[in-house]
Design a protein around this ligand. Structure first.
Ligand code: SF4
Length: 313
């Protein structure tokens, strides 16, 4: 398979099935520097929108991939930073919808730019938007999400509420719970009030899965997530658990090295993660990890949940 620069996967997503990722912002440009970010520390904390990558090449890669491969369940804008920072995201969405209207588009966004109605408008043709909310106040927002100083918390919340009014597709609000950062009773109540105002189709309670930017953070327990679900009393809360995925991607065995590299390029993974994601027996994955390690193409990082593999620089 051709090595695409701006596409990754398709990866089996817990929520989307087989998802072809489109990366429209370089590593690691973001308007936030979340303490739990799996991609790594934000090196360019900004709200400046630019054509970070050539739009025509991204479009050409999408065309080429879809011409030569099975169509994915979703095309998803996510990856190395905040996708709405790319000024051409609306154009790329429009292109996909005009040529491949049968393939749903998902956008994972931290929502910090959505206070701007023009940026919200660019996303309206997507089928599913997954915005994030981790804080009920500016104080907690500063602690967990560490925003660019040009972001106004109230404007961000207003953007989340306005988007729900304007967007006709599915709106799944992702709420990330991190003990000692945003799990106080006061913050949870403030967040509950905001969630009520937004009124999303689904509330996805999530917690840490992989190493974050800070080493002393740890995931919320299942019990904590269940308690939040119970106390919030919404009937559309899903707890996102690692074991929810039943989607496997069938990959050609020759491409195992390539697929492992492409998978861990954006998210460090354990052997178990790779087994679950790729649907390949762990012995086989181990064999390939050894080769990649010997070739110095990957590196290890030992964490509480196990050994995480990531791409060597
Ligand atoms: S988690 Fe998302 S929003 Fe937060 S720093 Fe990482 S890429 Fe940016």
């Amino acid at each position: 398979m051709r090595d695409y620069k701006y596409l990754f996967g398709p990866v089996p997503s817990r929520r989307l099935g087989s998802s072809l990722g489109v990366d429209v912002v370089p590593l690691k440009i973001c308007s936030l520097d979340c303490v739990y970010c799996e991609v790594g520390k934000t090196t360019d904390l900004t709200v400046d929108r630019k054509e970070y990558f050539p739009t025509d090449i991204i479009v050409e890669e999408i065309k080429d991939y879809l011409k030569n491969n099975k169509h994915p369940d979703y095309i998803t804008f996510s990856g190395s930073g905040e996708p709405t920072l790319n000024i051409s995201i609306g154009k790329i969405i429009d292109f996909i919808k005009s040529e491949y209207s049968h393939i749903p588009i998902a956008v994972l966004t931290n929502a910090t730019l959505l206070g701007d109605k023009h940026i919200r408008k660019e996303l309206l043709k997507a089928d599913l938007i997954l915005p994030s909310l981790d804080a009920g106040s500016k104080k907690v927002f500063d602690k967990i999400n560490r925003p660019c100083n040009k972001i106004d918390f109230d404007n961000y919340i207003d953007g989340l509420i306005q988007l729900r009014k304007e967007f006709k597709g599915k709106y799944w609000l992702e709420v990330f719970i991190l003990p000692e950062y945003n799990d106080s009773a006061e913050n949870l109540e403030e967040m509950r009030k905001i969630v009520e105002k937004i009124n999303p189709d689904s509330i996805q309670l999530n917690t840490l899965d992989r190493p974050g930017v800070l080493s002393d953070i740890y995931p919320a327990s299942r019990e904590m997530l269940e308690n939040i679900k119970k106390s919030w009393k919404f009937d559309n809360i899903d707890i996102i658990s690692r074991n929810n995925s039943n989607s496997k991607v069938n990959i050609v065995q020759d491409n195992v090295d390539e697929t492992i590299l492409s998978t861990i390029k954006r998210r460090p993974c354990t052997l178990e993660d790779l087994e679950e994601i790729l649907g390949i027996h762990r012995n086989e994955i181990n064999k390939h990890l050894s080769i990649l390690e010997n070739n110095k193409q990957i590196k290890r990082n030992i964490q509480n949940r196990g050994i995480f593999y990531s791409k060597a620089l």
